[in-house]
Design a protein around this ligand. Sequence first.
Ligand code: SAH
Length: 261
Amino acid sequence: MLQRSFRPSAMHIPRFFCPVTPTLGAPWPLPPAASHHAVRVLRLAPGAQVQVFDGSGRQFAGTVTAVEREQCWLKLLAPEQPAVESALAITLGQGLSAADKFDWALQKAVELGVARIDPLALRRSVVRLDGERATRRLQHWQGVVVAACEQCGRVRVPPVGALQGLEAWLAALPTEGLRLCLAPDAPLDVAALAVPPAGVILAVGPEGGFDPAEADRLAAAGFRGVRLGPRVLRTETAALAAIAALQAWHGDYRAMPGSSL
Ligand code: SAH
């Protein structure tokens, strides 16, 4: 039999994002949306184990003490600060793509540890969103990000910016951070990058790629082109491949403290 070199993780414990300060040690009412999910969808009963995180890096283990109609009551323990956030801050500027692909890219980018996501309306974006639809889509994206954080164990919720054009995005970017632009014909190798402590700002084109004017504008704004191997990837694959490569070389793909290989 193969010797097992890993420990199976604990059974899945439902996690709830509650951006409020909870009461500890005494019955505390889970806020309405989370409570509805706990009672109606997950059908949690008294005695069930849960976790609550408030987005500040803290997480609370707890137990369901009572369920009354839609209201779930919890008893929470002292806060923990689990080390689940990457030390490498990655801001993802992602060209808008078809809804299902964009949701998928958002969810996976959160799992891979990005610090911020800015959806970009670019010239070759096939999808167009204006006014009310853009506002509704932003709320939807925030929901996708929160659900991904709940599922994957993150304790900070990466902000999602409102959909904007390239110029507005560039104008609002911090001056620190290594600026990278994914381009299938660029010469640069991810492993060879010198990544500063301030992290990385990553621009990814939509399905049709950046148009030449956008590519020039990004280069003028200090973005360096990075290539991810010899094949052309779909936009959502490219974003995730780049984030994973950056985490492997410069971020949080590291052995657990105290473990040996
Ligand atoms: N025909 C388009 C391809 C677009 S692919 C073009 O030539 O640009 C969509 C986006 O994914 C690209 O804009 C780029 O940001 C990224 N991408 C795809 N494959 C890549 C690769 N091999 N290396 C780097 N970025 C890539």
